[in-house]
Design a binder for this molecule. Structure first.
Ligand code: PRP
Ligand code: URA
Length: 213
């Protein structure tokens, strides 16, 4: 599927496709589902962090002095949208343990499909960091768009969105509301059903990560 914006990155790596298929399977239980969400987040993080700034340092190897590069200054904050975004946090922290974590609590009202805020806690230096908003499901895009607006209200200048499965409607909504934001997803599905669920999707990501249904 082609999107007009060069801000949309569909990461179709074979490992991602394989793992997303495992998530989609309704027979996949809570423990495996949670583990695979975390693994996918780690794999996607590799692409989504390509632009992190580097600085040159000098170190001594066992052989000689060498100029080499390390991540520069305050780099990254990841911001999961509660609840389901929490499932993506560990996979990224395994790779970037120094990343700080902000939390946004949003749920989608089942009747109106509008996002309702119930919690927000950010690191003090959030505006100095590159931000990646995490949510495995980008459906109508209402939750992601609201979360990105929160981050803009915190004066964050570099914001990315990482979702595992996206509906075209969600990509279009976020691209229209926030044309500056890069969207990373593993797969784009057909669309939404009458309840706003992604088709074929994987069901309710929060329920499947936390075993609440
Ligand atoms: C899900 C999902 C997203 C949102 C996506 O959360 O994790 O946050 O729906 O839908 P949207 O793109 O139409 O806004 P949900 O509201 O089910 O809350 P939960 O994570 O607490 O289960
Ligand atoms: N939220 C989910 O968890 N799954 C969907 O398909 C849509 C929204």
């Amino acid at each position: 599927m082609d999107f007009k914006s060069d801000k949309v990155h569909v990461l179709e790596h074979p490992l991602l496709q394989h793992k997303v298929s495992m998530l989609r399977d309704k027979r996949t239980g809570v423990k495996d589902f949670r583990q695979i969400v975390s693994e996918i987040a780690g794999l996607m993080c590799y692409e989504a962090t390509r632009s992190l700034p580097l600085e040159e340092v000098e170190i001594e190897t066992p052989i000689c002095m060498a100029k080499t590069k390390v991540l520069s200054g305050k780099t990254l904050a990841i911001v999961p949208i509660l609840r389901a975004g929490l499932g993506m946090v560990d996979g990224i922290l395994n790779l970037i343990p120094s990343a700080k974590v902000g939390h946004i609590g949003l749920y989608r009202d089942p009747d109106t499909l509008q996002p309702v805020e119930y919690y927000c806690k950010m690191p003090n230096d959030i505006s100095d960091r590159e931000v990646i908003v995490l949510d495995p499901m980008l459906a109508t895009g209402g939750s992601a768009s609201a979360a990105i607006q929160f981050m803009k209200n915190y004066e964050c200048r570099s914001i990315k969105l990482m979702s595992i499965i996206a509906a075209p409607e969600g990509i279009e909504r976020v691209s229209a509301d926030h044309p500056d934001v890069e969207i990373y997803c593993a797969q784009v599905d057909q669309g939404l059903d009458e309840h706003g669920y992604i088709v074929p999707g994987l069901g309710d990501a929060g329920d499947r990560i936390f075993g609440t249904k």
